[in-house]
Structure formats: structure tokens, C-alpha cells
Design a protein around this ligand. Structure first.
Ligand SMILES: NC(=O)c1ccc[n+]([C@@H]2O[C@H](COP(=O)([O-])OP(=O)(O)OC[C@H]3O[C@@H](n4cnc5c(N)ncnc54)[C@H](O)[C@@H]3O)[C@@H](O)[C@H]2O)c1
Ligand SMILES: [Zn+2]
Length: 331
């Protein structure tokens, strides 16, 4: 085990956890399919997933319940186990990082987004009102279990939504994973499962160079997100689809800037006309882009460009140039 934790891949949910010393925090919807595994935990808290779970206002109520559940467990043994999607992971990760000044954390992601992205890299987060992810910590799980039986039961529509993040990571990493992305005609859950190890490795290679996001390297993982976030909030698209469109925007701009001349992309990517329609549908993109604090600082934007698969980089751009490009891609 290193300080970034360890990823385990298995067919079934883990049976070797020291359950009496765990507090299991799980998405209530999972009790239908995985109830018999869940019920083996004497200390467990069912939660309703989503952004309200991350609302800082309900934290005290949950903390009281968690403290009651863990009252008899010695602090050094106490382990928070998060079983759910990204919202459960962000919430339970935050709890583990502050409970008794920090206790062990285990992630068992149950959505593709969590399995590919949010369960790795140590970021935990809570929301304050409408402001997402404003409270948080960087707190790495000791172990993360990727469980085939759980992930292959995720409905197909969610697999489709997850592809955006998959392609983003494939483009960042390049090599075998990009090749697989380009060659696959009908990516499904099995496809994601086969490449999960590479996706996680790609993310962790970047995280390890900049674990606390102080060097700007982690910012590479925001490929597609500057434009993606605006499309997600303005048009109500799923996060994955929005990131997918945002990644296409970034490729178009990179090409326009002359960073590459030609690149083969997977056949199943959103079309240029879908991107055009989406960009056009956003009213006042300037104002919406400014709201994205992560990337914008007044009139400058840290934009993630692509030179080729496996080579992405950040360049500081002027807001007015991004808006000019937005307009260009609307035509
Ligand atoms: N910490 C990070 O690095 C990081 C990175 C990206 C996103 N996030 C956060 O992750 C969250 C989004 O992740 P998410 O989409 O996994 O969220 P989520 O936890 O809200 O799950 C999405 C939906 O899937 C359902 N679900 C969970 N497991 C399922 C299963 N096995 N089968 C069917 N349905 C299932 C949930 O009940 C919910 O309705 C956001 O809050 C975002 O801010 C965090
Ligand atoms: Zn994302």
C-alpha cells in the first residue's frame, strides 16, 4: 500500500473486510441488488444519493448517526466504507477525513463515473447551497474495490453517459487505451470493464505528480470540462455527455490553433452538428464561463488543449479568444 491507496479488481464484493470495525455508508438503491452483502455490516447507514447528500446543511445529522454507529470502535480501527456513486464517495470521503480527525477510508464505487474517476485521486467534497464542491479535503482511500458484479449491472443509459469521461481519459493517456477507444464500434459495460485498469492508471499517473493540486498538473484532468460544465448546467445534459461535447470543442480549437492537422476519433463521438447546436443554445456564454471558478480568473482561462492522444497541455487563454472560438464553432 502506498499513500495513494490501492485498487483491487474482483468479480464479487469483498468478503475480507473487518466488518465489525467498519461503518458502511451506502446508496439506499443498492440494497435491492446487494442487500445480502450490505446486511452483513453491523454498523451501516443508508443514504439517498445526489447533490443533497453533499449539502453541508445535512452533515450534522449524518455525523450524529455515524458517531452513534461507531461509538464502540477504537479510532485506530475505525474504517468508513463508501458504497455508491460519486455523491456517496464525495460525502463519505469527507466524513472519513474529519471523523475523529481522520479515519481509514475504503471506496466501493457503484457507478461508472465513480469507478473511472471520483473514487480515485482523493478529492472529497460538499456543497454549500447551490455552490458545488466548495468544502472538501484531499484524502486518499486506503483501498478501492472495483467489482465487476456491481458495475456490469449498471443500466445501459448510464454506460452511455459515462463514455464522455472514458474518452476524455483515453485522449489524455493516449497509447493502448486511445487505440481501443478508436477501434471499438459499440462500447458497453464489458468494454469499460476491460479498460478500467488503464483509465485508473492514467488518472493516477497525473494525480501522483500533483496530489494536492498545487502545480497545475492535475488541471489536465479538466479536459473538456470548461465548455462541458456550461453545457451541463445550461442545457441539462448529463455530465458525461457534456464533457464529451466539451472534449470535441477542445479538439476543434486545438486543430484551429495548429496543434495538430488530423486526428482519427472514435466513430461514436457526438457529431459536429450536435456540438454546434448545443453551443448555439447557450445564452450569454461569457457570463456562464466566468462562473466556472476552477478555470477562469477574471479574463484569463486555463484551457486544456490537445497536441495528440497522450499529449495534452494547459495554456492560459484570454476570455475574449475563447468566446471568439465559441462563436466560430457555432457556424
Ligand atoms: N471526487 C472527485 O474527484 C469527483 C470527480 C467527478 C465527480 N465527482 C462528483 O461525483 C458526483 C457524480 O457521480 P455519480 O454520477 O456517480 O453520482 P451519484 O452518486 O449521484 O449516482 C448517480 C445515480 O446513479 C444511481 N446509482 C448508483 N449506483 C448505481 C448502480 N449500481 N446501478 C444503478 N444506479 C446506480 C444513484 O442512486 C444516482 O441516482 C457529483 O457529485 C460530482 O461532483 C467527484
Ligand atoms: Zn467530470
Amino acid at each position: 500500500v502506498n499513500s495513494f491507496g490501492r485498487a483491487h479488481f474482483s468479480d464479487q464484493l469483498p468478503t475480507s473486510l473487518d466488518r465489525k470495525n467498519c461503518v458502511l455508508i451506502y446508496d439506499q438503491i443498492l440494497s435491492r441488488q446487494h442487500g445480502s452483502w450490505i446486511r452483513k455490516f453491523p454498523n451501516r447507514l443508508a443514504v439517498k444519493s445526489g447533490e443533497t447528500l453533499k449539502d453541508v446543511k445535512i452533515l450534522p445529522r449524518h455525523l450524529t448517526a455515524i458517531l452513534n454507529l461507531s461509538a464502540d470502535i477504537p479510532r485506530t480501527q475505525l474504517t468508513v466504507v463508501a458504497f455508491g456513486g460519486g455523491s456517496v464517495g464525495d460525502f463519505a470521503g469527507f466524513v472519513a477525513s474529519v471523523l475523529k480527525r481522520g479515519v481509514k477510508l475504503i471506496h466501493i464505487p457503484s457507478t461508472w463515473l465513480a469507478a473511472m474517476d471520483s473514487a480515485h485521486g482523493g478529492k472529497t467534497a460538499l456543497n454549500v447551497g447551490q455552490a458545488k464542491n466548495q468544502i472538501g479535503s484531499i484524502y486518499f482511500a486506503q483501498d478501492t474495490y472495483l467489482v465487476k458484479k456491481v458495475l456490469l449491472k449498471v443500466p445501459r443509459t448510464q454506460v452511455q453517459d459515462a463514455l464522455g469521461e472514458f474518452y476524455k481519459m483515453a485522449l489524455i493517456s493516449g497509447g493502448a487505451i486511445w487505440k481501443a477507444a478508436v477501434n471499438e464500434a459499440s462500447p458497453d459495460g464489458d468494454f469499460l470493464w476491460r479498460h478500467l485498469r488503464l483509465v485508473i492508471r492514467g488518472k493516477m499517473q497525473i494525480v501522483k505528480k500533483d496530489p494536492f493540486e498545487t502545480k497545475g498538473i492535475r488541471h489536465l484532468l479538466n479536459l473538456g470540462h470548461t465548455v462541458g460544465h456550461v453545457l451541463e448546467t445550461e442545457l441539462g445534459l448529463s455530465h458525461g455527455r457534456a464533457v464529451h461535447l466539451g472534449t470535441l470543442f477542445s479538439l476543434n480549437w486545438s486543430c484551429q490553433q495548429g496543434f495538430f492537422k488530423f486526428m482519427l476519433v472514435p466513430a461514436l463521438w457526438p457529431s459536429q452538428s450536435e456540438l454546434k447546436r448545443s453551443l448555439k443554445a447557450v445564452k450569454n456564454p461569457r457570463q456562464k464561463l466566468r462562473l466556472d471558478k476552477k478555470t477562469s480568473d477574471g479574463d484569463a482561462i486555463q484551457f486544456v488543449f490537445v497536441r495528440k492522444p497522450g499529449r495534452v497541455f494547459v495554456r492560459k487563454m484570454k476570455m475574449k479568444d475563447l468566446l471568439k472560438e465559441w462563436k466560430r464553432q457555432c457556424q
